[in-house]
Design a binder for this molecule. Structure first.
Ligand SMILES: [Fe+2]
Length: 365
């Protein structure tokens, strides 16, 4: 049986006061945004208009990885309010922060869900996601990656309930990102497409979306990054959002599991880690002649070597051809890293035991 809901309201439009009327925000609204985005897109005037019908609580302090400390500040300040909507305007961390907060305001402590002491509740505050980077898929996925900064633990809360209720895609936000960020986060989007296709949890609808996303990345990521082409950027932004759904209905593979170890160890971003691990993972899949890789290449009308060459070409063109050595990993750390990888490693059809991870990391040096 294949299940695939297209539930949230997704609008593709420039941000404006008018567009917010589509979302029925309610009386008490939390907005998570950054100072830079407020200034660059003159959101002040839109927010002034929204104040005519809603009481706004604007927060600009959410840091990368959505640390507990930043979430707690909002919960402490608003715990006695009856909130109606959380608008998250930002990258994956800002949207994930809104998703975690949305369940916390319904009486369940997100930390208990994080540490599996409580089940995900059946209700939450509505979330309106306005992504400003194209890649994480947080705007449509069923998970929120957050960070316990007190105990140095990064992890996730997962459940259909945390999927945002409204999504606004306005590619001018994405287009304003620096070149390197666009390129790296765009690669994260590519990894979601490839891994949700390859995963043992995949299904025909997921694979169909993956193929369409990979074609978009192959065609549009370079012009989106190099020429600030807004049409190309919108294609990547749409792909990123739809890969959020793929993440909900399939799963990622070993590169994402390994990145969760390498990121904190090297203090590098999610996307940078993935780019480096892909060097070895794809090589490993090709070496073992993985049938899912062959099928994916066929769906793209390519031979496996052409598919791999295309990815290498994109990394080269965008100057993001990193290895794990570039991130600071030494050969003598690989064994320990391999043994620290946790999570559902067997969703990756190439996984046999920790030696698989050892080989991938050695290939990634
Ligand atoms: Fe990712």
């Amino acid at each position: 049986m294949t299940q695939y809901y297209l539930k949230p309201k997704v609008l593709l439009a420039p941000i404006s006061t008018e567009i917010f009327k589509e979302f029925n925000l309610g009386a008490e609204v939390v907005i998570l945004v950054s100072n830079t985005i407020m200034e660059n897109f003159n959101l002040h005037s839109i927010f002034e208009d929204l104040r005519l019908t809603s009481n706004l609580h604007i927060y600009k302090h959410i840091r990368p990885d959505a640390p507990f400390e930043d979430l707690n500040q909002i919960i402490d300040e608003l715990k006695n309010k009856k909130l109606d909507n959380i608008i998250a305007i930002g990258g994956g961390s800002v949207i994930d922060a809104a998703k975690a907060l949305s369940v916390s305001f319904e009486g369940i402590d997100y930390r208990d869900i994080f540490y599996k002491k409580a089940d995900m509740p059946g209700k939450k505050i509505n979330v309106t996601a306005i992504p400003t980077t194209a890649g994480t898929g947080a705007e449509l996925s069923f998970g929120a990656i957050i960070y316990d900064n007190y105990n140095n633990i990064k992890g996730g809360i997962r459940g259909e309930i945390v999927q945002p209720d409204n999504v606004l895609i306005d590619a001018k936000f994405h287009n304003n990102c620096p070149f390197k960020l666009k390129a790296e986060v765009g690669f994260d989007c590519l990894t979601h497409a490839i891994e949700t296709y390859i995963s043992k949890k995949s299904n025909p609808l997921v694979r169909n979306q993956s193929v369409s996303c990979i074609k978009n990345i192959f065609k549009y990521l370079i012009p989106a990054c190099k020429d600030n082409d807004i049409y190309a950027m919108e294609k990547i932004a749409i792909s990123s959002a739809l890969m959020g759904l793929n993440l909900a209905y399939s799963s990622t593979c070993l590169p994402h599991r390994i990145q969760y170890v390498i990121g904190p160890l090297t203090n590098t971003s999610h996307a940078q880690g993935l780019i480096a691990i892909y060097k070895g993972w794809l090589k490993h899949l090709a070496e073992i002649n993985l049938k899912e890789l062959k099928t994916l290449a066929e769906d793209l009308d390519m031979a496996v070597h052409e598919f791999l060459e295309k990815i290498a070409f994109i990394k080269d063109e965008l100057s993001i051809d990193y290895s794990i050595a570039d991130l600071g990993i030494k050969r003598n750390q690989i064994k320990e890293i391999s043994e620290s990888v946790t999570g559902n490693v067997s969703a990756d059809p190439c996984y046999q035991d920790t030696n698989t991870i050892y080989n991938i990391l050695t290939n990634s040096l």
